[in-house]
Design a protein around this ligand. Structure first.
Ligand SMILES: [Zn+2]
Length: 305
């Protein structure tokens, strides 16, 4: 069964935090899994403010080791312990993340009340880093100043939907409904075989979410995120500062929109704005000529797809 994707942006600004501008972090709910993606400074405060239950977070994904994407991690890990958490927590991130956290725990004589696992990523190729019955999470190698991965969260194809009218018409016993939903054919008492397609509808199209931050304009990601339900793509700069994209490994709003258009995604969410800009509407204006369905990410904003 397909359900909605629900995204809460906790922070979507680049570099140093401002009074009302949080560095990067967001929470994705997909098929009852709650994932924390990046963990900039102030993330635990933003989690509280957005009323997200800490205990539901079992996996944290860190795109790269720039401070505005992970300086909040130590605080989150420590608070989970103060809350006497017992459920395991797994952190996915570039090689080095384990050393960074364990060193801080060691020097502060800290410990966790729960099993803390690390899955360090080193591959330059896309790879599956988490899979369960409902979803798959795959890395999206990005182009930035240091080793960086985006993440692709994808629902698995659900069961077929029962055509209840057809089943009742043929007087099929309820005991077979599960078998039918799983794709099985049915043999009636008179020996007639009824094909599954006559008893079911196609399952809903699986939904997917592509998180791409931080990155320069990078067409290599297009094939991997093709047709995604939603793409979050960084848009650090407006055209007026396009010359800064190359040295910093970032993108403009227009470039994010071009990637979205090429990939044929259904929705584009912009974020990771440089704090130098006051009016975010300018980002929409510059993206709109290239891609129609563009949304402004902003701290505390929720999206349901
Ligand atoms: Zn960065």
């Amino acid at each position: 069964m397909s359900s909605n994707l629900h995204l809460t942006i906790l922070g979507c600004y680049a570099a140093a935090p401002g009074s009302y501008k949080n560095p990067t972090s967001q929470v994705l709910e997909i098929r009852n899994n709650l994932f924390l993606i990046d963990c900039g400074e102030g993330t635990q405060v933003a989690l509280r403010r957005n009323k997200i239950k800490f205990a539901r977070i079992k996996h944290i994904f860190i795109s790269h080791l720039h401070g505005d994407h992970f300086f909040g991690l130590m605080g989150v890990i420590t608070t989970f312990s103060l809350l006497k958490r017992t459920a395991p927590l797994t952190i996915y991130g570039p090689k080095g993340i384990k050393e960074l956290i364990l060193l801080q725990l060691k020097l502060t004589k800290g410990f966790t009340s729960y099993p803390l696992h690390f899955r360090e990523i080193t591959s330059k190729e896309s790879e599956v880093i988490l899979e369960n019955e409902e979803i798959t999470v795959t890395t999206i190698p990005l182009k930035h100043r240091i080793y960086t991965n985006g993440f692709y969260f994808e629902e698995k194809l659900g069961e077929r939907k029962l055509d209840i009218t057809a089943c009742l018409k043929l007087d099929i016993d309820r005991a077979y409904y599960n078998k039918i939903k799983q794709g099985g054919d049915i043999t009636l008492d008179n020996g007639t075989v009824v094909k599954n397609e006559q008893l079911t509808f196609d399952p809903p199209q699986p939904k997917s979410y592509a998180y791409c931050s931080d990155t320069a304009y990078y067409e290599e990601i297009v094939s991997q995120i093709q047709g995604a339900t939603a793409l979050y793509h960084e848009a650090t700069f407006l055209e007026s500062h396009a010359h800064l994209c190359k040295p910093t490994g970032h993108s403009t709003a227009a470039q994010a929109a071009q990637i979205a258009a090429m990939a044929g995604v259904k929705n584009l969410i912009l974020g990771h704005y440089s704090v130098r800009y006051g009016d975010l509407q300018e980002f929409i204006k510059e993206a709109a000529p290239y891609f129609e369905n563009v949304h402004l990410g902003d701290d505390g904003k929720n999206f349901t797809f």
